[in-house]
Design a protein around this ligand. Sequence first.
Ligand SMILES: [Zn+2]
Length: 263
Amino acid sequence: MIDAHIHLDDKRFDADRGELIKQAQDIGIKQFIVPAVRASGFAGLKQLSEQYNSIIPSYGLHPYFISQHSKDDIKYLDMWLTANKSCAIGECGLDYFRKDLDKDIQQYYFAAQIELAKKYNLPLILHARGAVDAVYVTLKNAHYFNVMIHSYNGSLEQTRALLNYGVKFSFGGAICNPNAHKLHKLVKYCPIDSIMFETDAPDQNLYPDFRLRNEPINLLKILEFYAKLTTQDLQLVQQKSTEVLQKYLNLNAQPSSRYRNAD
Ligand SMILES: [Zn+2]
């Protein structure tokens, strides 16, 4: 298994990161896609990925932190991508759920990162909270759909449109809430070759312990829940979702072809 979205660089993991990675690996979670959220975190994430082979970094600028980003951060991200391995660009996107985040400024950073994704031929790891329509329109205008939307929750209509463009979706602990009927319908609607799974740890702990820290081992619980929900074999689900992620992020490619500057 691979965790499609986990903030293992978060300081809430500083005290026991190594132990948690080992626990996860012991139950078959081999790799972790770790998206950066702001420029000040790039160097720390790079260092962690050197310390732990299982950490696969992606660099980007998250809409939550627009007050901390500057236009120079786009230039910095561009430079960073020429010199450092990144499996994707992100976490980036739009958040219309939080009302304190200026939509135009979010749009500026999102559009700029789509251009970088085109330049480096990299997929995007997207955040689209309360903003699936706006994300869709932006991608359409940019003619770029090499994206996955993490912690996805859209309508069936939106999902159908995105699936037509080959968009991938990642689902997390929210699906384990027995009351999340709408989300369950959505998860069942998505073909297995379009989905992957994530913890988004340390956030989004599983039902009902929302206030506790989410941990890497919970990926297995999410997959177990999904397998049960869709009456599929757990092993098959583990294998399929791993393959979707490997293919999407080109994880099996040789470093020389995978990354712009191989080392
Ligand atoms: Zn995230």
